[in-house]
Design a protein around this ligand. Structure first.
Ligand code: AVI
Length: 327
């Protein structure tokens, strides 16, 4: 069966637009200009991200997919743990391409649980529900649309069973290390001792491999970044000339920070509604971080946020890890 918690649409859209405007103006008015990568994902951004996942240089998705396809048994053991009853919550479930292997495996093994996918996109959740009900009909699904932590609270309140939270896709990498630590601490605060987290993290590797993954030859990542300017033009009545900005990618192997920027190619003034934003030639907008970790740093992140790292699986190249932490 399928149940869902969906937010009323019109009010949600209006406040989301206001928040978008506020964040964009605040980000572009600072001494160092920046935009938040969570805004990449409008319809076109979703489409471009799909293309990124299919481009030969972007290894991240395939590495984690390999783990879910080939080490399903190990992942199932992380989740089942001591065999006590549990429910499975997935933060940022998207289309659940990877987790579906685990869900199917658990259903085949007749493990009883409810799957609670959480996503900010109601459309994605409706599609997911429909697909899961035809592909894994025995699976109980209760989807939750909205902010991760608000919905996590709701999900936790739905059940008295042990909670297992999936956070896949290297999403934690899109937070600066200090923000990732705060996020993990907040996650820990929402859970009880014995609850578990399975978290996907992209690992440090040859710097060239990383840089090329975020600066693909076909220029899809560049278009993905530039699309946010197009979104700002459309939704916030701005006049960015997209051709006057260029994608620039930088990876620092010491810190593991992989950062993308847009560089202004000339002196220019952009208007957003009634506000004017001046850009000097070569001035940058910091767009996104995709932080890379060592296995040791992943374990330290767990410990520093109050989890115990208990086990992990990596892909065959050792480029990506799904780590299991116990609260
Ligand atoms: C969604 N996230 C984990 C991607 C990443 O690898 O940081 C987003 C992305 N940005 C550029 N390419 C992919």
């Amino acid at each position: 069966f399928t149940e869902s918690y969906m937010v009323p649409q019109a009010a949600q859209k209006k406040s989301a637009l206001e928040e978008f405007r506020r964040d964009v103006l605040e980000g572009l008015n600072g001494s160092v200009k920046k935009l938040q990568s969570k805004y990449f994902y409008d319809k076109e951004g979703d489409r471009l991200f799909q293309q990124i996942m299919n481009c030969p240089e972007y290894y991240v998705t395939n590495c984690e997919l390999e783990i879910f396809q080939q080490q399903t048994e190990l992942l199932a053991r992380m989740v089942i743990a001591d065999g006590s009853a549990f429910d499975l919550i997935e933060l940022g479930a998207g289309d659940a391409t990877k987790s579906q292997y685990l869900l199917q495996h658990l259903i085949n093994a007749e493990v009883p649980f409810t799957y609670m996918p959480i996503d900010i996109s109601g459309n994605i959740l409706s599609e997911l529900e429909e697909r899961l009900s035809s592909e894994i009909p025995a699976l109980r699904v209760r989807s939750l649309e909205g902010d991760y932590f608000e919905m996590l609270q709701k999900a936790v309140a739905f059940t008295l069973k042990r909670k297992v939270v999936l956070l896949l896709g290297a999403n934690i990498g899109n937070m600066a290390p200090q923000d990732a630590l705060e996020f993990a601490r907040r996650l820990r605060a929402g859970l009880q001792p014995g609850d578990r987290v399975v978290i996907g993290v992209d690992l440090k590797k040859h710097p060239r491999v990383i840089r090329e993954a975020y600066d693909d030859r076909e220029g899809i990542t560049a278009r993905f970044n530039l699309n946010l300017l197009a979104r700002i033009n459309r939704e916030l009545k701005a006049d960015f000339d997209i051709a006057q900005f260029e994608h620039y990618q930088h990876y620092d192997p010491d810190s593991g920070a992989c950062k993308s920027y847009l560089v202004s190619l000339c002196n220019q003034v952009i208007t957003i509604g009634k506000k004017e934003i001046p850009f000097a030639k070569d001035e940058t907008i910091y767009m996104e971080i995709s932080q890379k970790y060592t296995l040791n740093e992943v374990a330290m992140l767990a410990a520093d946020s109050g989890f115990i790292p208990v086990s992990h699986c990596t892909d065959s190249k050792g480029w990506f890890v799904d780590a299991c932490w116990v609260a």
